[in-house]
Design a protein around this ligand. Structure first.
Ligand code: GUN
Length: 300
């Protein structure tokens, strides 16, 4: 069993990005700039945003956090989005999700200029991905693609089971895996992601275990701790765990631990490759945001 070390791969990619951005700045051009909009005080969101800001600083991307209180209205937030769309100094921006319940997330996401949508969540970018046009791909599927590529895990002709149908992970992941390689993502380092046979499973799938047992690769993004158990995974499979649920843990100084969607201890011995939680997909998601920001900058 080989552990897919997202922390290590992400550090390598950050070093590559730093070199590329230094080269840009050395020519006299300004550094790429990312803005991160956060509404309210969701503790998990605050941690993610802090990690994203730190990663930007590490590679030389200028990052600005724009924070609003929960009381901001949808109309006011739309005004802020319009300002960011018009700001020529900002190459890309994200609106950290979730948003408070009085704000319609889809309304906000749809208002983002797709050229600045470095989360790849606008209908325009998703549509472009589906149609195989160059697009900005959402960070987690991009990061998983990069992780598979850098470990030379080919997807061509493989049966990949994606568990979860979210707009942020499951749907775009399935599209990238099934389509011809290189259409939407910039050329990845080694093997291309794509040309797989994909099955998408979700909370209403009735025979999840039987389907998973036919998978060469399982990608689980269900937000359901230990959903994937050893009896669902065949020998030699690759398992990618996107789950990061906070569960109470009195033994942890923080009072919680991060739980993946895979029963790691039981599943890992059966796998050819598996991602840990934390240290697997999470760091790849953050580095993908940096890559997307540089992509948006280079398009300007
Ligand atoms: N919340 C959890 N993951 C993400 C993400 O990738 N982007 C945004 N904007 N919000 C999130």
């Amino acid at each position: 069993m080989t552990l897919l070390d997202g922390k290590q791969i992400a550090a390598e990619i950050r070093a590559e990005l730093r070199t590329q951005i230094e080269a840009i700045v050395a020519t006299g051009r300004r550094a790429p700039k990312l803005a991160i909009v956060i509404v309210g005080h969701n503790p998990a969101s605050e941690t993610y945003v802090a990690n994203k800001l730190k990663a930007c600083a590490e590679v030389g991307i200028c990052a600005e956090k724009i924070a609003f209180e929960d009381s901001i209205t949808e109309a006011q937030l739309l005004e802020e989005v319009a300002k960011l769309n018009a700001d020529n100094d900002i190459d890309g921006y994200i609106v950290q999700l979730p948003l408070p319940s009085h704000i319609n997330e889809q309304t906000i996401l749809s208002a983002i200029d797709y050229r600045k949508d470095v989360d790849g969540l606008t209908p325009e970018n998703v549509g472009r991905t589906v149609q195989g046009l160059p697009s900005i791909v959402s960070a987690t599927p991009r990061g998983i693609s990069e992780l598979l590529s850098r470990y030379h895990i080919a997807t061509e002709g493989k049966h990949v089971v994606v568990i979860g149908r979210s707009n942020i992970v499951g749907k775009p992941m399935a599209i990238l895996l099934m389509q011809r390689p290189y259409l939407t993502l910039p050329r990845l380092s080694a093997a291309a992601v794509g040309n797989a046979t994909v099955t998408i499973c979700h909370s209403k799938t009735s025979n999840l275990k039987q389907i998973c047992l036919t998978a060469d690769i399982i990608i689980v993004a269900a937000g359901s701790p230990a959903l994937v158990t050893a009896d669902m995974v065949r020998e030699g499979a690759t398992v990618i765990d996107v789950g990061i649920t906070r569960v109470e843990d009195a033994n942890s100084p923080k009072g919680y631990r991060l739980a993946g969607d895979v029963d790691f201890d039981a599943v890992a011995p059966k796998c050819a490759f598996i991602t840990p939680v934390p240290g697997g997909v999470g760091p790849m998601t953050i580095v993908s945001l940096l890559q997307n920001t540089l992509q948006a900058y280079n398009k300007q």
